[in-house]
Design a protein around this ligand. Structure first.
Ligand code: SF4
Length: 448
């Protein structure tokens, strides 16, 4: 559980030197407690105090790193039940299952197809991270060979699923550089798998029959010195899985239960008979509160909505996604190219810039800082008012780049044109389309 400001204050030097950016140690402590400051901002914290603060301020749900390279990711590290309380930090990892008896060609085709599922959205590359490799026939050599192939021929991280200790060990050695997740320690094999995970420095999943059993297994493995655990409550029934996820999230956050303070892994692929239903279950589990969801396959029409849902849920609700204020060149504009202005909400920028690019008419796009608000919201909040936009146009330097004085504003902000013209008496303010999809036609008509 986090420390209060006063508890943190007691561990600070109390010299009020102000080097951390606030005038007093108490103010800094309050900011730390509220998550508005980093401990490193104070250069005078003793090592002992730093250790105590780090331990006490560790998130109640441990952050666990899985994979290496391009698609490495972290799960857990969460501090709240609901994203509006603060934010969710580490997006749910998306995995698809392959079996060790799959032919080499079929595995190649799967990896190739799955690797192609990458979507550009608001400047981000949305894609899945994991392949879950299941040992289906106890053939350790085939299991290890498949693990090696996936590790060497794809960017995906790995979940190695086997009940055979030797097979798991061979596969872990074949792809150790990928830092795979070992699945799963149970009541029967916890000591052996715990020892393997510890020796290889790998994260380990625990599978139990119930949440109560999970606690006992988690305590046992923690006593063995394992830190990076991932929990599977064992249920494959929708209602029970949902309930387990809530209990596992709530226990460390609300009751300080460290035994359940780990991210979870869930298996929609074992809870439904087709990918559509799996996708609906996965959608529920991304919202509440799975660290990893494993599907039977990746298919575009299933994966894309899950990636978008995940993006939305794991975006900080207190910080709109923004792009930097400035002049953006699209398609190599010159002094005669049109000039458009809009807000710095990421989605607005990427939609408008995409449409301008699609028009094939080189243009200047002015992006004004509206604290990440979209056009209508910024206008309603007075952050995209005519005089403010006019001042921005004057100061941004666009007048030095073009030989004309025409500026296109979003159709939804038509009401600001009068005030803009007052602020920019030499400029002609042109009202553009309301819908960004009409921008190409609008620009082409203007060019004629
Ligand atoms: Fe206190 Fe450290 Fe901030 Fe100085 S830098 S005021 S010692 S918290």
């Amino acid at each position: 559980m986090g420390l209060t400001g006063i508890q943190i204050f007691k561990l600070l030097p109390k010299t009020n030197c102000g080097e951390c950016g606030v005038p007093t140690c108490l103010a800094f402590a309050m900011n730390l407690a509220a998550g508005k400051a980093e401990l490193d901002a104070c250069p005078y914290v003793s090592d002992e105090a730093r250790e105590k603060l780090a331990e006490a301020s560790a998130p109640p749900i441990r952050q666990v790193a899985i994979g290496a390279g391009e698609r490495a990711f972290k799960i857990g590290g969460e501090t709240v039940m609901f994203r509006h309380e603060k934010t969710f930090y580490n997006p749910t990892g998306l995995a698809a299952m392959v079996s060790s008896d799959m032919g080499s060609e079929e595995l190649d085709n799967k990896l190739k197809a799955w690797n192609a599922f990458q979507y550009e959205r608001v400047g981000l590359n949305l894609r899945p991270e994991l392949v879950a490799l299941k040992d289906t026939n106890g053939d350790g050599a085939a299991f290890a060979a498949a693990a090696k192939k996936i590790a060497e021929e794809s960017e995906f991280g790995l979940i190695l699923m086997s009940e055979n200790l030797d097979a798991l060990k061979a596969a872990a050695e074949a792809c150790a550089n990928k830092k795979p997740l070992l699945y799963a320690a149970t009541g029967e094999n916890a000591e052996d798998l715990g020892a393997l995970a510890k020796e290889k420095g790998l994260p380990l999943a625990i599978k139990a029959e119930s949440v109560e059993d999970l606690i006992a297994l988690s305590d046992k493995l923690t006593e063995m010195g394992l830190k990076d655990l991932v929990l599977d409550s064992g249920s494959r029934e929708i209602r029970q899985v949902f309930q387990d996820q809530v209990v596992i999230r709530r226990a460390p956050l609300k009751a300080g239960n460290r035994s359940l303070g780990f991210p979870t892994i869930t298996f929609p692929c074992e809870m439904a008979s087709n990918l559509d239903v799996e996708t609906m279950i996965a959608a529920m589990l991304i919202a509440k509160y799975a660290g990893i969801v494993v599907l039977s396959d990746f298919r575009g029409d299933s994966l894309f909505p899950l990636l978008l849902e995940r993006l939305n849920i794991f975006t900080d609700p207190q910080r709109p996604m923004t792009v930097t204020q400035g002049i953006y060149e699209i398609g190599g504009p010159d002094e005669n190219s049109p000039v458009l202005v809009t807000t710095n909400f990421s989605l607005t920028y990427f939609i408008v810039s995409g449409e301008v690019e699609g028009s094939r008419i080189p243009s200047w796009l002015l992006i004004m800082d509206t604290e990440g608000l979209s056009v209508m919201t910024a206008w309603a909040a007075g952050k995209f008012a005519g005089d403010v936009v006019g001042t921005f146009v004057k100061k941004c330097g666009i007048a030095d780049k073009v030989a004309h004085k025409k500026i296109i504003i979003p159709g939804y902000a038509a009401a600001i044109s009068g005030d803009m013209e007052e602020e920019l008496p030499d400029w002609e303010v042109i009202i553009g389309p309301r819908d960004a999809s009409l921008i190409p036609k609008f620009l082409k008509d203007m060019a004629k």
